[in-house]
Design a protein around this ligand. Structure first.
Ligand SMILES: *Cc1c(COP(=O)(O)O)cnc(C)c1O
Length: 382
């Protein structure tokens, strides 16, 4: 089939409210560096909406993960348990500190780390567990926190995709010691590049501010708690500029609208493709009735890699961009060099080969959702 031009992209960055107005306001008010009025508004919004103790904006989720690794004093020889089915930053943050990521297989239903395999992945060197809430669907946090509590391990949630999703009524990113969020343009709430560290233990607060401000006590100085600011610890520059925060705050103001539109599209896909699942032609995403899902990703699981790739081609021929997801870290060149595997990775290998994400973005027209559904139906029922 000839490829037609792109009609329905996988993702479309969007503005939803006062983004440009707030950027103009930041410019007029004359503060463009970090931690100005818009960054503070974003912090307050995150603290209010998630119930975390303290939120700190960063320039990416990658940066938030790096801060988490620093805060937990992860160093050479340490091991950090995580899924292999995740983005590179989950592992990189710890490899940068000289630690070894230990990869564990995923659950077949949620595609999250299989909590029943965590204990056998632990060694005397283990320092932390990093659950990744894939597609904004929660990991089995009660069990993960129990395992971590028994061995005094840190829990750092990679909640990059999970803003506003909940687990037993609590926001993802607030259950572990630290939580990391992303506002990359492919996520639900965006600022181009952006992220946040949720600090859920008071003991980390002071040092988190210092690490983020190049190792200085600048934040304490501005609050009048010290009379001069100086270099007190290691650190880097992890804060976003006010231009980014201004854009982000406008999105936060409309977060409910954004998430409800994504959930609506997710629901439309689910209802329309259910008959195909019932006929055993494909598998649809796991829906947990007990938790609130933020509608981040809608995926289908084909019966083989070959079928998944033919479906990509079939959709592309109708101008629809659907994309697979992670190349498992344990089989990537850097993952092999820096990490180690615990147990078999059969589900990770199998499901990553068969998974395909369908277009889902704020502002996606119902007609476009129906076109995607139609094209998927034609593929399976031809
Ligand atoms: C997007 C993503 C990241 C990285 O986020 P950035 O803000 O781009 O650094 C990390 N982990 C997961 C699971 C992600 O989906």
């Amino acid at each position: 089939m000839a490829k037609s031009s792109l009609r329905i992209p996988y993702n479309k960055p969007f503005i939803v409210g006062k983004e440009l107005y707030y950027i103009a306001q930041a410019v007029i008010e004359g503060q463009l560096a970090g931690d100005g009025p818009f960054t503070k508004k974003c912090h307050a919004w995150l603290e209010e909406c998630t119930g975390c103790g303290k939120a700190l904006l960063t320039h990416s989720c990658t940066a938030a993960l790096e801060m988490a690794a620093l805060l937990c004093d992860i160093g050479p020889g340490d091991e950090v348990v995580m899924p292999s089915f995740t983005f590179v930053s989950t592992a990189n943050a710890f490899v940068l500190r000289g630690a070894t990521p230990v990869f564990v297989d995923i659950r077949p239903d949620t595609l999250n780390i299989d909590e029943t395999l965590i204990e056998e992945a632990l060694s005397p060197k283990t320092r932390a567990i990093v659950p990744v809430h894939y597609a904004g669907v929660p990991c089995a946090m009660d069990e993960i926190l129990r395992i971590a509590g028994a061995k005094e391990l840190y829990v750092i949630e990679d909640a990059a995709q999970a803003l506003l999703s909940t687990y037993k009524g609590k926001s993802l990113g607030t259950l572990g010691h630290l939580g990391c969020l992303s506002f990359h343009e492919t996520k639900n709430i965006i600022s181009g590049e952006g992220g946040a560290l949720l600090v859920n233990r008071d003991a980390f607060r002071g040092r988190a501010e210092i690490l983020r401000e190049k190792g200085t006590n600048r934040s304490q100085f501005f609050r009048g708690e010290v009379d001069k600011y100086t270099w007190v610890d290691i650190g880097s520059s992890y804060l976003p500029s006010e231009l980014t925060s201004a854009f982000l705050f406008a999105q936060m103001e409309q977060a409910e609208k954004i998430v409800s539109m994504r959930r609506k599209i997710f629901g439309q896909y689910l209802a329309a493709l259910k008959p195909l699942e019932e006929k055993g032609l494909l598998r649809l995403p796991f829906v947990d009735e007990e938790s609130f899902n933020n509608g981040h990703i809608f995926y289908v699981i084909a019966s083989s890699l070959e079928e998944r790739n033919r479906l990509i081609e079939h959709l592309a021929a109708s101008g629809i961009k659907a994309i697979f997801h992670y190349v498992p870290l344990h089989s990537s060149p850097a993952g092999r060099k820096f990490g180690r595997v615990s147990g078999r990775m059969s589900r990770t290998d199998d499901l990553s080969d068969r998974l395909l994400r369908l277009p889902l973005y704020f502002g996606m027209e119902t007609g476009d959702v129906l076109s995607v559904v139609e094209s998927v139906r034609n593929f399976f029922e031809q």
